[in-house]
Design a protein around this ligand. Structure first.
Ligand SMILES: Nc1ncnc2c1ncn2[C@@H]1O[C@H](COP(=O)(O)OP(=O)(O)OP(=O)(O)O)[C@@H](O)[C@H]1O
Ligand SMILES: Nc1nc2c(c(=O)[nH]1)N[C@H]1C(S)=C(S)[C@@H](COP(=O)(O)O)O[C@H]1N2
Length: 179
């Protein structure tokens, strides 16, 4: 079966990585996980930006409206510090909020760290894009995506995105049987 390409937006949100204090490990971790999981060809649009709410909102709008990314993943800026504003920016550009993703990611993350409850991560629909916030610790990307990605393909089906398939032995995708 020929799978359509999927356009994916990646946004690493970190004051220190974006200013060169440390090397960004967010974008590579996101790419590695998605490349190891998805069978579709992937078209990437990546951004490394500071924890600035207007910049985050502008980036998300561009990825959704102009770049037409079906899936947009952010990493970083979900905690309680004053500079952590990713959820506020994501909610500000949302058409619909999907609270189940945040609930599930925090529940899954509690298996790894007791501080999982500090992440205020959200997932939303904007237009034909699904936007999901992930925590900033690079290792949290695999931990959370392993736990929630099973629901992503059907969510993308419902918003008119390309039909995506995953590699055998990666994540268990659930699509309800069609009537
Ligand atoms: N993009 C990244 N690349 C590499 N390591 C990161 C990145 N983002 C976060 N980390 C690591 O995870 C830790 C917690 O991430 P968090 O998002 O809370 O950072 P922060 O303290 O808000 O600072 P900053 O925004 O400057 O990354 C950081 O201290 C850093 O060690
Ligand atoms: N799976 C997972 N979730 C996690 C973590 C982690 O290491 N793994 N770190 C937690 C911590 S310590 C914080 S402060 C919050 C917010 O992180 P952020 O501000 O980097 O997004 O995510 C939490 N969620």
């Amino acid at each position: 079966m020929n799978l359509d390409p999927i356009r994916i937006g990646l946004v690493s949100i970190s004051d220190r990585a974006s200013s060169g204090v440390y090397e960004d490990k967010g974008l590579p971790a996101l790419r590695d996980w998605l490349e190891a999981t998805l069978l579709n060809p992937i078209e990437w649009v990546s951004h490394l930006i500071a924890d600035e709410q207007p910049v985050i909102e502008q980036t998300l709008k561009q990825l959704s409206n102009t770049e037409h990314c079906a899936l947009i993943l952010t990493t970083g800026g979900t905690g309680p510090s004053p500079r952590d504003v990713t959820p506020e920016a994501t909610l500000a550009v949302a058409d619909k909020v999907l609270p189940g993703f945040g609930e599930q990611m925090r529940a899954v993350s509690l298996q790894y760290v007791p501080t999982a409850i500090l992440s205020r991560q959200v997932a939303v629909i904007r237009g034909s894009s699904l936007i999901i916030n992930l925590p900033g610790q690079p290792k949290a990307i695999k931990e959370t995506l392993d736990g929630v990605f099973g629901a992503v393909p059907y969510c993308l089906d419902l918003i008119g995105a390309p039909f995506i398939e995953v590699r055998e032995g990666s994540v268990n995708v659930f699509r309800p049987k069609t009537k």
